[in-house]
Design a protein around this ligand. Structure first.
Ligand code: ARG
Length: 466
């Protein structure tokens, strides 16, 4: 057991208590952030003459060596330390002696862990944004390639009106674009440095909090030291944004699963992104989409967990807050993994364009357009609706599409119908005529694509930032 706080104790900690209390098993995930924070702290201490230049240099060298040794598997992070902060400090003291004991001057593990978690989460925000950016590029590519790919649009999972695949993909482009804006907002709010908050009440040393904040890439220091050590709002916001991303991915997954089914055959998932059955040789299953859909629950769970953990905590730091890590880490890995796998699956997916168009033609998706045609010819809309209903019924009985009927047959339902009806109700015309902003008509879609391209150009990934 290596603890930082043995002084006032006369007995050893009970083994079970030690294990229950320790966080090294999971907070080693932000080892790099812990070293980075210590480096900034120590430089500031020296500049403020709180420690000497020699101690500063020794500490920085020691920290670099620890970082190197861990990354090159020469030093192992083991359970004998209580947490990652103890691991780094104990190793530093072992290597450089008394100078190492000065590292923690003017700092508490409370502001240290608040900093580490914030740095780590900030990195997750950026990486998630980078993955979303790439995913949006993939979606945009599918849009550009499928401006003329007609398919049925659905409501109630019943064929409703014809759209294009570009239009359908464009809906997801918007969802994931908004998800990015959420990440950007979170970044703006969270990018303040809690280091220097001390245990809760700041410190009597003349710390330069602006200096450490700047060195660590923050906009500035947090304004209140009690808030600095006990705020986890940014994590809640991130897990909320992550939950929304997962919700969008899950809806998309559900569609891929349906489209990939034997009944629909709209798409074919690439072999590299499918799995087989141990017993049924014919099977090629959409497991990736199903897993993404399933893992959504995990991320929602992480959001609920942190909200519940935080709700009863009085100011300032309480040990409950150690519970902000494990499940959140899992959610962070999950959302990133799901975005990149889905991206790979989408970019390799084959779209059966003929099947999609055929499905649009045979699902009466042009029924509204036939009604509108009658309206143009002077029939009141409510009557037109009734007439088309009868046409559809007759088609169902004969198992044909509306445009499979001859002109004479159609005229039996309404005498205003003329030869031009076939052009008016072809699914292509139905799509082409929908030209309002946001609609699937080609010219409207081209505008959406141009706007989406500009959006990507003007809103680079957060990963590009320092
Ligand atoms: N492992 C702790 C955590 O994750 C570090 C902070 C410990 N602070 C304390 N006062 N016990 O929250």
């Amino acid at each position: 057991m290596a603890q930082l706080w043995g002084g006032r104790f006369t007995k050893e900690t009970d083994q079970l208590v030690y294990a229950f209390n320790a966080s090294i098993g999971f907070d080693q995930k932000f080892f790099r952030e812990d070293v980075e924070g210590s480096r900034a702290h120590v430089k500031m201490l020296a500049k403020q003459k709180i420690i000497s230049q020699e101690d500063r240099d020794a500490i920085l060298k020691g920290l670099d060596e620890i970082l190197y040794d861990v990354e090159h598997h020469k030093l192992e992070i083991t359970e004998e330390y209580e947490d990652i902060h103890s691991f780094v400090e104990a190793n530093l003291i072992e290597r450089i002696g008394d100078a190492g004991k000065r590292l923690h001057t003017g700092r508490s593990r409370n502001d240290q862990v608040a900093l580490d978690m914030r740095l780590f989460t900030r990195r997750q925000v950026k990486e998630t944004d980078g993955l979303l950016y790439h995913f949006l590029e993939t979606i945009l590519k599918v849009m550009e390639e499928n401006l003329d790919t007609i398919m049925p649009g659905f409501t109630h999972l019943q064929k409703a009106q014809p759209i294009t695949l570009a239009h359908h993909m464009g809906a997801y482009f918007e969802m994931f674009r908004r998800d990015r804006t959420r990440l950007h907002d979170i970044y703006e709010r969270m990018n303040y440095c809690p280091l220097g908050s001390g245990a809760l009440a700041g410190t009597t040393y003349p710390l330069d909090r602006d200096m450490t904040a700047q060195a660590l890439g923050f906009y500035g220091p947090t304004a209140n030291s009690m808030d600095g050590v006990s705020d986890r709002d940014y994590l809640i916001e991130f897990l909320s944004a992550a939950s929304t991303i997962m919700m969008h991915l899950s809806r998309f997954s559900e569609e891929v699963i349906i489209w990939n089914s034997n009944e629909y055959r709209f798409v074919e998932i690439d072999d590299a992104y499918s799995t087989g059955s141990s017993i049924m040789p014919q099977k090629k299953n959409p497991d990736i989409a199903e897993l993404v859909r399933g893992k959504t629950g995990r991320v929602y769970g992480a959001l609920m967990q942190i909200l519940t953990t935080m709700k009863g905590i009085p100011l300032a730091y309480n040990k409950d807050m150690q519970e902000d890590k494990e499940i959140a880490f899992d959610a962070m890995d999950t959302v990133k993994g799901c975005i990149s796998l889905f991206d790979g699956m989408l970019s390799t997916m084959k779209f059966n364009r003929d099947v999609m168009e055929d499905s649009a033609r045979h699902g009466f998706t042009n029924a509204t357009d036939l009604a509108d045609y009658l309206v143009v010819k002077g029939v009141p809309f409510r009557d037109a609706h009734g007439i088309v209903g009868q046409v559809v019924l007759a088609c169902i009985e004969r198992n044909i599409a509306i445009d499979d009927m001859s002109l004479e047959e159609l005229q039996q339902f309404s005498s205003v119908i003329e030869e031009d009806v076939f052009h008016a109700i072809s699914v292509k015309t139905c799509v082409d005529k929908r030209l309002t902003i946001g609609a699937p008509g080609k010219a409207a879609m081209e505008r959406q694509i141009a706007y989406s391209k500009n959006y990507l150009k003007d809103n680079e990934s957060l990963e590009a930032r320092a």
